[in-house]
Design a protein around this ligand. Structure first.
Ligand SMILES: Cc1cc2nc3c(=O)[nH]c(=O)nc-3n(C[C@H](O)[C@H](O)[C@H](O)COP(=O)(O)OP(=O)(O)OC[C@H]3O[C@@H](n4cnc5c(N)ncnc54)[C@H](O)[C@@H]3O)c2cc1C
Length: 468
């Protein structure tokens, strides 16, 4: 912790992790400081998990350019890294004459954003493709490249690739203060001081606070709360595409979408809240979502809800990302990455890399970069429990412990021993899907916790966060 690093990245959400991965491809000493106990455990774990094409972004903005590029980068990288992605395509449905009249404008905006594959769909075709849709839809736009992606694996894959290639990850290390010594910044954390020549602020909801620490007052983060509902896997046959609403100036609206785990997701709401930790679901939010869900797909009313969750978008007073380079201060701010950061993450990382180079950071390529492949947790590729080769290599790949999600003993052990290991049950959920299913761990929590404790050398009390 006393060595000087070339670059310190503050925040290990999907954006900080993508930046760490990109910079790890060069001869640089990198440290990532994360306030929480795991990678990707902030907003990055609680979103709608759409790999956007950027068809509806505001043309000419940095966000529009980075979402478009990020979509292509992540779609390509996902195949190599084992990140679950499914190209389902989206149907943006007009329910009123006003909405129908808005469709050509949305298609024109897509073209202005460089995305030209949008096409008109009439009501007959729409109902042919989505028979469970409520009556009354007038027309739709098809956006064939909108995809679903795993929000858990993505930041973990980026961070794992960074760590495997030499980056240092320090968890439970919130940046609390900084001192500039001329040659290097001294970054103060409860885990000790860290010295680094450059600092990249990727602190998500905390990016405005960190920016102020560095003497700037460029934006204020006002969390925009999004509540979501996850339906049981039995609802999955109800739809084939991502069903989008006609967006407004403030939000993309409520969507219904399959997930890469074969559930159905409904949400998100959009409500500005004063508190950066207001991640509780609300009665009003859930009622509104369920009402809208039933209006879109009436059969949803009969489906069971598996879980609800909330994410906070890092919205600011500006209509675009807040990415600023300060060469003399050797500081980069990557803030205001509101509702598209999962998609744009790899493009943001490229943009930060280029900006750092322009600002004076020497980038020397390395020829020993090791790619990683993450465990297969999506439904579109074979899972370990149905892989004869894996089971032959270790029969524990055939011993299911979480029956709802079909997670095996060996996957729990793998997660405990990964380069960035699961250190809690929440971390295990995001690495394996264990405890995420319809019983929400009612059946398997005891077994899974014991297994994780044995494999990780932690006590059950530590994993559960209780006193012995
Ligand atoms: C409801 C909702 C739906 C969304 N849907 C989509 C979608 O479908 N597709 C899409 O592409 N995007 C979507 N997004 C946006 C996407 O989730 C975010 O843009 C992205 O996760 C932001 O990543 P991040 O790394 O900037 O922030 P975070 O994930 O919040 O990471 C920031 C990290 O910084 C850490 N931190 C904060 N302060 C400090 C400090 N002082 N020191 C050290 N660490 C610190 C935090 O602990 C956190 O882990 C959605 C967001 C929401 C809320």
């Amino acid at each position: 912790m006393t060595d000087a690093f070339d670059v310190a990245i503050v925040g290990a959400g999907v954006v900080g992790a993508a930046i760490a991965r990109e910079l790890a491809r060069w001869r640089l000493r990198i440290v990532v400081l994360e306030a929480g106990g795991d990678v990707g455990a902030g907003t990055s774990k609680a979103n709608t998990a759409i790999l956007h094409t950027g068809f509806d972004a505001k043309p000419g903005t940095l966000e529009s350019a980075l979402v478009r590029r990020g979509h292509d980068l992540l779609a390509r990288h996902a195949g190599d890294a084992g990140i679950p992605v499914e190209r389902l395509g989206a149907l943006l449905v007009a329910w009123t004459e006003d909405e129908r009249a808005g469709l050509p404008g949305i298609a024109a905006r897509a073209n202005a954003n460089g995305y030209t594959a949008v096409r008109d769909v009439d009501a007959a075709e729409l109902y042919g493709r989505e028979p469970a849709l409520a009556p009354g839809a007038l027309a739709a736009l098809e956006i064939p490249d909108e995809s679903i992606v795993c929000p858990f694996t993505t930041p973990l894959a980026f961070a794992t690739e960074a760590v495997v290639n030499g980056a240092t990850l320090v968890l439970e290390a919130p940046l609390t203060a900084y001192i500039s010594t001329g040659e290097a910044h001294v970054l103060r954390t409860p885990r000790g001081d860290v010295r680094s020549r450059w600092v990249v602020n990727a602190a998500g909801l905390g990016a405005d606070d960190v920016d102020r620490m560095f003497g700037h007052a460029r934006f204020t983060v006002t969390p925009r709360r999004g509540e979501l509902v996850v339906f049981d896997k039995l609802a999955r046959p109800l739809l084939r595409h991502i069903l989008l609403a006609v967006p407004t100036a403030r939000t993309k609206g409520v969507l219904v979408s399959p997930t890469v785990f074969s559930n159905v997701l409904l949400g998100p709401t959009a409500e500005d809240v004063p508190d950066k930790s207001a991640t509780e679901s609300t009665r009003a939010g859930l009622d509104a979502l369920l009402r809208q869900g039933r209006r879109l797909l009436p059969a949803l009313a009969h489906e069971e809800v598996t879980a609800v969750y909330v994410g906070l978008r890092a919205a600011t007073e500006h209509g675009d990302y807040q990415i600023h380079f300060d060469g003399t201060q050797r500081y980069v701010c990557v803030g205001g990455i509101r509702s598209t950061g999962l998609t744009a993450s790899m493009a943001i990382a490229e943009h930060v890399r280029d900006g750092l180079r322009d600002a004076g950071l020497a980038l020397e390529p390395r020829d020993d970069f090791r790619p990683v492949r993450m465990p297969a947790i999506g439904e579109a590729t074979p899972r370990p429990y149905c892989s004869p080769e894996l089971i032959a290599a270790d029969p524990d790949y055939g011993r299911i412990v979480c029956h709802c999600e079909r997670v095996t003993r060996r996957e729990i052990v793998d997660a405990a021993r990964a380069p960035i290991p699961a250190r809690s049950l929440d971390g295990l959920r995001r690495r394996t899907r264990a405890l995420l299913g319809r019983c929400q761990g009612f059946y398997c929590t005891a077994t899974v916790t014991r297994l994780l404790a044995e494999a990780s050398g932690r006590t059950v009390a530590e994993l559960l966060g209780v006193d012995e």
